[in-house]
Design a protein around this ligand. Structure first.
Ligand code: FNR
Length: 192
């Protein structure tokens, strides 16, 4: 089964984006294996740190490279994605020539308590995911207004129309991974 490295842009304990992603992980369990990647322990990007690379950075790069695809789950902060995501993406592109994101099938989802469902934040992230050379799925978009009543006590999706919508997204992403996966090239390029 394809593995998906999942990056949650919120570092807070009670993140609705984390809960949302965990619900989708359960729903997708027969089609995709989600592996949540810790990004809260990455230092703020500093090129000097490559002289003695932080263990958290090397661990994250290994987790990206081991996965068949990557999924970004982003809250919307002031009409953009979160700094934790930008920081993780920047670390992944370095050192020069060792871009861990290269050719990874990717997707973005996100949840807010409000009605805009992270649309602006996700749209800001789309360009970046293309620049770092992931292969981004364009549709279906998941701009999710998070309501606790859509989930049960075990964090399964309880609402039938939400479940059907998310199942369609999971099927599309699984197909996208199958269709766009390619062997890694030997010369891994990245943005300058
Ligand atoms: C927000 N929030 C927010 N929501 C939104 O729909 N559009 C926005 O532009 C913003 N901007 C914003 C900035 C900052 C700095 C914070 C902390 C929050 C609210 C946000 O959607 C809400 O706090 C979510 O619960 C954050 O996601 P997690 O942490 O629950 O996953």
């Amino acid at each position: 089964m394809p593995t998906v490295a999942v990056f949650n842009g919120s570092l807070r304990r009670d993140s609705i984006n984390r809960k949302f992603a965990e619900s989708i992980a359960k729903l997708a369990g027969d089609r995709l294996t989600f592996r949540f990647v810790e990004i809260g322990d990455l230092p703020l990007y500093n090129d000097d740190l490559w002289q003695d690379p932080p263990a958290s950075v090397l661990r994250m790069k290994r987790e990206i490279e081991a996965a068949d695809a990557v999924l970004f789950v982003t809250p919307e902060y002031n009409r953009s994605y979160t700094p934790a995501i930008k920081n993780a993406i920047d670390w992944g592109t370095r050192p020069w020539g060792k871009n861990s994101w290269e050719a990874k099938p990717s997707a973005i989802i996100g949840a807010t308590p409000g009605t805009t469902g992270t649309a602006a934040g996700q749209n800001a992230l789309k360009g970046l995911l293309t620049v770092v050379d992931t292969v981004l799925m364009g549709q279906p978009e998941v701009y999710f207004t998070y309501k606790p009543e859509l989930f049960d006590a075990e964090n399964n999706v309880a609402d039938e129309s939400t479940k059907a919508f998310l199942n369609r997204w999971i099927d599309r992403f699984a197909k996208w991974i199958e269709r766009t996966s390619e062997p890694k090239t030997t010369a891994q390029a990245g943005p300058r």
